[in-house]
Design a protein around this ligand. Structure first.
Ligand code: S3P
Length: 450
């Protein structure tokens, strides 16, 4: 990551947004493909991997733990191919240096799961944003396998872990809806004998479960009310498998909402992942009256995929129920931008987990809107946005707090405001969406260095 801040400004475009675009690969699936590939026997071939900073940290960590990770440059125009020669379950080796996970909570927490059941010593750190995020949520359950973690006050990075020699299988009820915590426990359970059992009170993205099966592990999922119970048979032989990474729906959200907000726009985004545990934003925007068609539905690499066609139109405010949060947890900042341009008052309920993302996204999202003339309230864990379609004042510089999604949300916001909106630092966009500025420029948006 470039150490220098990279301010950027977005202004209302002179015409509609249009085109046919593809967004980079899914971040969640990309991390997991590298990790499971490193734990499998044989060579895993990954196409469409997100080559963003976060995922590159995972690739570097897997190398540091003894897997071979190679990248073949892009010759097809569809992203390069990544090859991972795995070490087999339990076969990773002690890293000789500190593992730096950069800005990535997913990389850090999932890696804790892997390290906990490997008999090795490792130290992990990250950037200032990641060093401020809670790791106790994985340290506590993982310690029960016999691993010993030492972390900074409040369970923050840097942390050191001495993994268990003979890890015990875990049985854990995840107290907060978190796919990262669920996945960390499952990854730990891979190198423990017997059954590792995770119960989640609300269903969260199931990419780990899907990929474990894809690599040959035995995973049973039982529905339990709104949640699920996942049982993994430990110490399987994971067999290398090809992975096709779909476009990230969380990245598609930015050009998608931009097209909904800029008059006259019509935009097609091809090959977007449509895992039902990730599509809460599409359901919400449909309820708000957005014209989004899904074409060419198909299954690629075991995940549902489709092309999204978004057409500009008026949006109306709705109440977003708390139970939808896990399926759109990363999409609230951009939904808040859409809500600011909707008729009426939108209430987004149950956003507690937003406080522990790359930034405190609940207050940072509210601050982004307020600074640009939109009335907003936070009531408990709910965010309330009073929409003023066509009358967003703009003109402010948004503080992005090292948070890629805030930066992209603020820039889309600027496309719908009367005066340009700037971000203090767009550099972090590269963690999840390399090429964002060029892609937005290509569809007719106006993003310029501030
Ligand atoms: C992710 C899970 C979510 C999400 C993050 C990616 C994953 O985090 O916000 O961007 O890949 O498992 P939580 O598990 O903390 O909700």
């Amino acid at each position: 990551m470039d150490a220098a801040a990279h301010p950027l400004v977005a202004s209302r475009p002179t015409g509609p947004l249009s085109g046919r675009i593809t967004v980079p690969g899914d971040k969640s699936i990309s991390h997991r493909a590298l990790m499971f590939g490193a734990l499998a026997v044989g060579e895993t071939r990954i196409t469409g991997l997100l080559e963003g900073e976060d995922v590159l940290r995972t690739a570097a960590a897997m190398r540091a733990l003894g897997a071979e990770v190679a990248h073949e440059a892009d010759v097809s125009g569809h992203g390069g191919i990544w090859r991972v020669a795995g070490r087999g379950v339990g076969g990773l080796t002690e890293p000789t240096d500190v593992l730096d996970m950069g800005n990535s909570g997913t990389a850090a927490r999932l890696l804790c799961g892997i390290l906990a059941s490997h008999d090795l010593f490792a130290v992990m750190t990250g950037d200032a944003s990641l060093r401020g995020r809670p790791m106790r949520r994985v340290i506590d359950p993982l310690s029960a396998c016999g691993a010993r973690f030492t972390a900074r006050d409040g369970g923050r990075l840097p942390l050191a872990v001495q993994g268990a020699r003979d890890a015990l299988p875990l049985e854990y009820r995840v107290p907060v809806p978190s796919a990262q915590v669920k996945s960390a426990v499952l990854l730990c359970g891979l190198n423990a004998p017997g059954i590792t059992r995770v119960e989640e009170p609300e269903a969260t993205r199931d990419h780990s479960e899907n990929m474990l099966r894809h690599f040959g592990a035995s995973v049973q999922v039982t529905l339990a009310g709104a949640g699920r119970i996942i049982e993994l048979h430990g110490q399987p032989e994971l067999v290398a498998a090809d992975v096709v990474v779909p476009g990230d729906p969380s990245s598609a959200a930015f050009p998608l909402v931009a097209a909904l907000l800029v008059p006259g726009s019509r935009l097609t985004i091809t090959g977007v992942g449509l895992n039902p545990l990730r599509t809460g934003l599409l359901a919400t925007l449909a309820e708000m009256g957005a014209d989004i068609q899904i074409e060419n539905r198909r299954v690629e690499g075991g995940e549902p995929v489709g092309d999204l066609v978004a057409t500009h139109g008026t949006l109306k405010a709705i109440t977003v129920p708390p139970e939808r949060a896990p399926s759109m947890i990363d999409e609230y900042p951009i939904l808040a931008v859409a809500a600011a341009s909707a008729e009426g008052t939108t209430r987004m309920c149950g956003l507690k987990e937003l406080r522990v993302k790359e930034s405190d996204r609940l207050s940072a999202t509210a601050a982004m809107l307020t600074a640009n003339g939109v009335r907003v309230e936070i009531e408990g864990d709910d965010l309330i946005v009073h929409g003023i379609p066509g009358r967003i004042q703009g003109g402010a510089t948004v503080t992005t707090h090292m948070d890629h999604r805030l930066a992209m949300s603020a820039l889309v916001f600027g496309l719908a405001a009367n005066a340009p909106i700037a971000v203090d630092d767009a550099a972090f966009i590269d963690t999840s969406f390399p090429g964002f500025t060029a892609l937005m420029d290509g569809i007719g948006a106006r993003l310029t260095p501030a």
